[in-house]
Design a protein around this ligand. Sequence first.
Ligand SMILES: NC(=O)C1=CN([C@@H]2O[C@H](COP(=O)(O)OP(=O)(O)OC[C@H]3O[C@@H](n4cnc5c(N)ncnc54)[C@H](O)[C@@H]3O)[C@@H](O)[C@H]2O)C=CC1
Ligand SMILES: CC(=O)C(=O)O
Ligand SMILES: [Mg+2]
Length: 371
Amino acid sequence: MRISTVKEIKTREARVGIVPAGVAVLVQDGHDVFVERDAGAVAGFSDADYEDAGAKLVDQAEAWANAELLVKVKEPIAEEYQFLREDLTLFTYLHLAADRPLTEALLNARTLGIAYETVQDSTGLPLLTPMSEIAGRLAAHAAATYLTAPEGGPGRLLGGSPGVAPCRVVVIGGGVVGTQAALLALGMQAEVTVLDTSGTRIRELDNLLNGRARVVMSDPATLAHELSTADVVIGAVLVPGKAAPQVVSRGDLALLRQGALLIDVAIDQGGAFETSRPTTYADPIYEVDGVRHYCVANMPGGVPQSSTRALTNATFPHLRRLASLGPYRTIVEDPVLASGVNTCGGAIIHAGVAEALPELPHASLGSMLSI
Ligand SMILES: NC(=O)C1=CN([C@@H]2O[C@H](COP(=O)(O)OP(=O)(O)OC[C@H]3O[C@@H](n4cnc5c(N)ncnc54)[C@H](O)[C@@H]3O)[C@@H](O)[C@H]2O)C=CC1
Ligand SMILES: CC(=O)C(=O)O
Ligand SMILES: [Mg+2]
C-alpha cells in the first residue's frame, strides 16, 4: 500500500503523523511510504531520519497524490480540501461535529475518513486519550501563565504562597483532560473542584483524588456557585463524536469574579462555553464581556516533541493494521477501527456527527459497505 504523511499547516502545529521508527516497520511490511519534506523537523525528526528509515521524501502535492492511505494529525484545513478524493483513506483527527465545511469536503470527495477521536475500545477513546492527557496538563500550565500580570492576567500565583491563598480552579468534565488538569493544578497547590454529570466517573475521581480536590455532581445551581468563586474555569466535557455540551452561557459570565480566566479545552468539539471560538498559539486569548477566554484547539501542538511520540505510540498499531489488511477490510473486520469511520462513500457514518449535522447525508457503515 502507498502511505503518506504531510507537514501540518495549521497555525503553529508541528506534530507529525508517523515517526521514522514507524516508517521502518511499514517499509519492512512491504509498503511504500512518502513523507513531505520537513514534516517532522520541529517534532525532532529530520528528513534524513525518514530517508534512513526507507521513506521517499516528496512535496505536499506528491504526498497527497501518491497516498492510498494518508496519516496526519490535524483535520485538513481549507487549503488541503483540494487533495481529498474517493480512492483515499484519511486517518487523523477530524472533529467533524464542529466543522461543517470539512464534513462537506469529505462527503463531496467521497473520502473514507477515519477520525482518531471516535475510535472506541473497551478502555475508552484510545487515540484521543494521549492528547487529552497532554492538553489537560497544558491547561494547568495555561492557567498558571495567563493569571500572571505580564500575560494580561490579574497577577496572581496559581498555587498561592505561604500565607497567601491559592487560586480556585473549577474543572467542568472529569474525564481524561479534566483529571490531568486537576492533578497538575493540585501539584501547583491550587484549590481544585471537579464537576461531572456521571455518577460513576465522580466515584472514580473521588477515589483517585482522595480528598485533595472537591468532586461534585454538576447541576445548574452547583455550577453557578462554583463559577462565582472561580479564578480559572476549565471546560473539559465530551460526549464522543457529538458537539460539546454548552455548560456556560454568555449570561453566566456575569457570575465570574474580576480577572477570572476561561480555558476551553473542549473547543475542538465546538466548545463548552457559549462564548468560545477556536484560537491558535499565535493569538490564544480574547475577551468577551471583560472575561478572558483561552481556546487553543490544538494545545498538544505546542509540545510537538512530546505529543508526537504520545500520539504515534497509540495510532501506529492501528495504522499498521489498516495498511496490511487494507482500510475497507479492516473496518469490516475490526469493530474498534470501524468506530472511527466518520465519512464513507459520500455519507456521514458516525451517529454523533450525524446528530450535529442533520441536514447532511448520513448512512450506516453496513449499508455503505453492503454488509
Ligand atoms: N483543545 C485541545 O487541544 C484538545 C482538546 N481535547 C478535547 O477535550 C475534550 C475532553 O476530552 P476527554 O477528557 O478525553 O474526554 P472524556 O470522555 O475522557 O471526558 C469527558 C467528561 O465530560 C463529562 N461530561 C459530559 N457532559 C458533561 C456535562 N454536561 N457536564 C459535566 N461533565 C460532563 C463526562 O462524563 C466525562 O467524564 C474533548 O472535546 C477532546 O476532543 C483533547 C485533546 C486536545
Ligand atoms: C485532540 C486534538 O484535536 C488535538 O490533539 O489537537
Ligand atoms: Mg483538535
